[in-house]
Design a protein. Structure first.
Ligand code: SF4
Length: 472
């Protein structure tokens, strides 16, 4: 169902995403791993400072969570209300069951108007639907206009982060990409000069576009309007210039009332980048004069997720990216290692719902430290949901034979106290006499990236008996 516009190196011959292998490949470049980690942690700290300036931040999170839960449990009503009000406002509303239907609808709108040049902004949903390759195969030129997204598009990659799509790249790599595709001087890596080159390149695409496609951050049932948040103003420029505007939105982005917006706009930018507000929060209530405005409401697996008692709360997500910025695994493995449109903790909760076998490694891409849950502005219990997906993965037999064997072996040992004590004694002796590298090798994959523990002189049971005098 989920398609990408490029081949993911993380997908093995089995068609499964191998997150550990992809993370290991990312980690092989130590310098990149370190600055990737540091850059995201810098954003996480900015988020903390921004949140600390808002009195009642925790109450705001609870309010946002409650609004989203209410909207999701009344989604049927609010979607219909949105459709009626949007239609009254002069928009044409379309419904797409899945990615294919979304792409067919978009292509149909373009074909009907003879449009062949599309500028796109702020839409991870179209990434999820694989819209770019679908349209390109039908002769449509598609240009992503968010600077980071344009960089990765030129490189034939996908975004590695939902808010900072090119966070995995050094400015020198961006300079090389622009040199190859935009003809900038070789070696140019000064950020302002690169931004100027991108602006010049994109301006021509904006002026020539027949159609603009944007995402939607919040669709408001009460008014039939919607809000698009960007920092670059690219969505606004596209909307202001193109004769056709298509806005694609996942059905979970509905909020009931206009007064709810204030809650989310205060949380979104602070959680995403530590800004007080996004540079452009554009409210759309209908088409410009002479412009056609289409809204495509997309399901693509969302109602299936909504029906899952354990996971429906993941649909509260407002795509701020805070859970990625704080996640120690994401920061040290890079967004591409997840092999999914949405990476990081929320991606590891959403994507297994699309195809559990293919994405079975993702729920394990977490330390379960709970940092993601602590920062999430809509209070999604991400660590709990990751843990539940692990249980579903094991129950459905989507674990490797080696992992299955070690889980079964551990279960047998932990079920038998005598055997546990015996093996504990053997392990303590082994750790004492084996050289550390050999001990790590004996621990298999687990030991490859860990220090061998210092063996205690005795078991905990023996220590307890001696010091507390009880029968442990
Ligand atoms: S799960 Fe929460 S923290 Fe992560 S992107 Fe969504 S809203 Fe942001």
């Amino acid at each position: 169902m989920t398609q990408r516009s490029f081949e993911l190196p993380v997908v093995g011959a089995s068609g499964r995403v191998d997150h550990p292998a992809a993370a290991a490949a990312f980690n092989a470049d130590v310098a990149r791993t370190e600055w990737h980690d540091a850059s995201l942690w810098f954003v996480r700290e900015k988020r903390d400072r921004a949140a600390s300036t808002v009195p009642g931040w925790e109450e705001l999170r609870a309010r946002a969570s409650a609004i989203k839960e209410h909207a999701l449990t009344h989604l049927d009503e609010y979607l219909v209300q949105f459709e009626a009000n949007a239609t009254r406002n002069g928009m044409q509303v379309h419904w797409a069951r899945d990615a294919d239907e979304h792409n067919r609808i978009v292509h149909g709108i373009l074909s009907a108007q003879g449009a062949s040049r599309l500028v796109k902004s702020k839409s991870m949903l179209t990434e999820e639907c694989g819209l770019n390759p679908y349209l390109e195969a039908r002769g449509i030129e598609v240009v992503d206009t968010d600077l980071g997204e344009r960089i990765v598009q030129l490189r034939g990659e996908g975004p590695s982060h939902i808010v900072m799509p090119a966070i995995h790249l050094r400015k020198e790599e961006v300079g090389d990409t622009f040199h190859d595709h935009l003809g900038t001087p070789a070696g140019l890596a000064e950020p302002n000069a690169l931004a100027a080159a991108a602006r010049e390149h994109l301006r021509q695409r904006f002026l020539a576009a027949d159609c603009t496609l944007t995402g939607i951050n919040f669709a408001i049932a009460e008014t039939g309007g919607f809000v698009v948040c960007t920092n670059e103003g690219n969505a606004d420029l596209g909307m202001a210039l193109a004769p056709i505007h298509i806005a694609s939105v996942g059905i979970e982005k509905i909020i009931p009332r206009v007064e709810d917006l204030g809650v989310f706009l205060r949380l979104l930018a602070r959680s995403a980048t530590g800004q007080a507000v996004t540079a452009y929060s554009t409210h759309v209530h209908g088409p410009r004069e002479g412009q056609a405005l289409h809204v495509v409401l997309v399901d693509n697996g969302r109602t299936r997720q909504l029906a899952r008692e354990e996971f429906w709360r993941s649909l509260k997500c407002i795509r701020c990216g805070a859970c990625m910025n704080t996640c120690p695994i994401y920061r040290r493995s890079g967004g591409h290692s997840y092999g999914s449109t949405v990476p990081g903790p929320i991606g590891s909760v959403l994507t297994p719902g699309l195809d559990l076998d293919r994405y079975a490694t993702l729920p394990f891409a977490s330390t379960l430290c709970g940092s993601c849950t602590a920062v999430c502005p809509v209070m999604i219990d991400l660590d709990t949901q990751l843990f539940r997906w692990r249980q579903r993965v094991v129950e459905n037999g989507h674990v490797s034979l080696a992992k299955r064997a070690s889980i079964d072996g551990a279960t047998r040992v932990l079920d038998r106290p005598r055997l546990f004590r015996l093996l504990g004694a053997v392990a303590r002796i082994g750790l004492r006499i084996l050289p550390a590298p050999l001990a790590r090798r004996a621990a298999g994959v687990w030991g490859r990236t860990r220090e061998a523990p210092v063996p205690p002189p005795q078991s905990f049971r023996a220590w307890y008996r001696r010091h507390r005098g009880g029968a442990a």
